[in-house]
Design a binder for this molecule. Structure first.
Ligand SMILES: [Zn+2]
Length: 116
């Protein structure tokens, strides 16, 4: 389950941000995850439940924002929503595009520190 490693890095990043802002704890963590990021959100939540209690995030609420995948067609500049895959076909002109503009996000969108 690579979500465990992802959550470990996320909590590490949260701790760094807390130190940077002089906060001793965090009350809310909002992660932004694209549908193409290859992350199982249920597994990620499970990893959070396992790791958070002994981390700076003890007692914090975890929110996950899902970012739908979008690609851009080089031929006609249309941006279109896509499902999982590696190559996407433009609905406008039929060209194939590998130019992914959204959906690969994996990171912290927002943190809330209660004592700031
Ligand atoms: Zn096109």
């Amino acid at each position: 389950m690579h979500e465990l490693g992802i959550m470990e890095s996320a909590l590490d990043a949260v701790r760094h941000q807390a130190v940077k802002h002089g906060a001793s704890r965090v009350s809310r963590i909002v992660l932004r995850i694209g549908t193409l990021a290859g992350v199982d959100q249920a597994a990620l939540r499970f990893a959070y439940e396992a790791l958070a209690p002994t981390s700076i995030a003890a007692g914090a609420v975890l929110e996950i924002e899902t970012v739908p995948a979008r690609a851009r067609c080089a031929a006609c500049s249309t941006e279109f929503g896509v499902e999982r895959g590696f190559i996407f076909q433009c609905p406008q002109c039929g060209e194939y595009s590998g130019d992914i503009r959204a959906g690969q996000e994996l990171g912290i969108a927002r943190l809330e520190f209660p004592d700031l």
